[in-house]
Design a protein around this ligand. Structure first.
Ligand code: ADP
Ligand code: MG
Length: 372
């Protein structure tokens, strides 16, 4: 495949059939492309919007080869795909995102090293793989610190906040199972993120700065306004990062703003991100649209326009009943339900986007009352 040569009716293979895969697929299908999904779960959300479905573990080379045989281009919805396995299909198939970026970013240590070496500011951190190295990290960073597993954490899973020596036993247990990163715990003023897309030609477009509120370390709410005081600084950090890490497609950089105003890069997701979901209704292009355009080698929009200020709330397993009882009276809610079969506590089941249009005062209280 050469650039700009991707034709209507050609197909995009997506590794992962969760909500991100589903929303990517919906975007691609709207534009006239076919979508093939690989996922171990035969009832995954994206299955029902796919032309072909391959039931396979993410890291199974035979499954990936089947997906490749059916697809003209391969992308992924999440970063925990094994970089070595991905490398094997890169050789013979068109995988515009490559395997190296996933390899760097799926490991919190190599991710932080790459970000720091770009000159962007990261939270002070240390590698922890033994009692001695934990003691050193505590000595250097001071309490409180956050311990995070190097691989596989999400929504705060695989993390322990260490406030005093009383928790040391718990921390020592954590070291037995995994290599960790110890991070200084930042006194947060706010959290923001910025989503961008980059195509193979190197064109890039930025979505507006997103303000994120977490509850129990899970994203609860994202708000976007027409301008943000950290916008220029955040984009400058992203530009440093992309000079070191090669991104193709949509990716998101998460930041902390400390109480003293310092901006720190927290982590990067090399894929569409929960905090960018509002873009489906609120912007001229969604983060899924620009992801698809990027990976098929098309040009990107010169500018992402936020039509209306917006807020997005996640719907977790425990929120769905309440949402269902309110929804019939709230046509202004843009409701997305992903179609996961099992409603689990704290599992992301959907989200709602509200276009504010100056109506914050009427929208917010209803929603926040419902979410209590
Ligand atoms: P995940 O991969 O689970 O998203 P993060 O590193 O982004 O992991 O942590 C999840 C949330 O936990 C963050 O968005 C933030 O609210 C909180 N958190 C994580 N690390 C720190 C830190 N060093 N200081 C303060 N808060 C933190
Ligand atoms: Mg995070």
């Amino acid at each position: 495949m050469t650039l700009n040569n991707f034709k209507l009716g050609q197909s995009i293979g997506i590794v992962g059939g969760g909500q991100l895969g589903k929303m990517m697929a919906q975007s691609a299908q709207r534009m006239g492309f076919k979508v093939n999904i690989l996922d171990p779960d035969p009832a995954c959300p994206a299955r029902y919007v796919a032309h072909e479905f391959i039931e396979s573990p993410y890291n199974d080379i035979e499954g990936l080869k089947k997906l490749s045989a059916l697809s003209d281009v391969i992308t992924y919805e999440f970063e925990n795909i094994n970089a070595e396995t991905l490398k094997e299909i890169c050789a013979e198939n068109h995988v515009p995102q490559g395997y190296q970026t996933v390899g760097t970013v799926q490991n919190r240590l190599s991710e932080k090293e790459a970000i720091a070496s770009s000159g962007a500011i990261v939270v002070p951190y240390k590698k922890v793989d033994s009692k001695a190295s934990l003691d050193e990290a505590i000595e250097e960073l001071g309490y409180p610190i956050v311990l995070k597993t190097v691989f596989g954490g999400y929504d705060g899973k695989g993390q322990l906040v260490l406030k005093s020596s009383e928790q040391l036993e718990e921390a020592y247990l954590m070291i037995q199972d995994a290599v960790l990163v110890a991070e200084k715990m930042i006194e947060l003023d706010r959290e923001i993120s910025i989503t961008a897309s980059r195509n193979l030609q190197g064109e890039i477009c930025y979505f507006p700065v997103q303000e994120n509120e977490h509850r129990n370390q899970i994203l609860f709410k994202t708000s976007v306004k027409k301008s943000h005081e950290y916008s220029e600084q955040a984009i400058a950090e992203v530009e440093k990062i992309i000079s070191k890490i090669h991104f193709v497609g949509t990716f998101t950089v998460e930041f902390f703003i400390a109480k003293d105003g310092q901006l720190y890069v927290n982590e990067i997701a090399p894929r569409p991100h929960n905090s960018g979901h509002y873009s489906i209704e609120a912007c001229n292009y969604s983060q899924f649209d620009t992801h698809i355009l990027s990976v098929i080698g098309y040009s990107l929009p010169k500018e992402i326009v936020l039509h209306e200020e917006a807020v997005m709330y996640n719907l977790l397993g425990q929120d769905l009943d309440a949402m269902e009882s309110y929804f019939p009276r709230h046509p202004e809610w843009h409701v997305h339900v992903y179609g996961k079969e099992v409603r689990k506590h704290n599992r992301k089941m959907g989200h709602i986007t509200l276009l504010l249009d100056g109506k914050e005062d009427t929208y917010y209280p209803i929603y926040e009352e419902m979410m209590k």
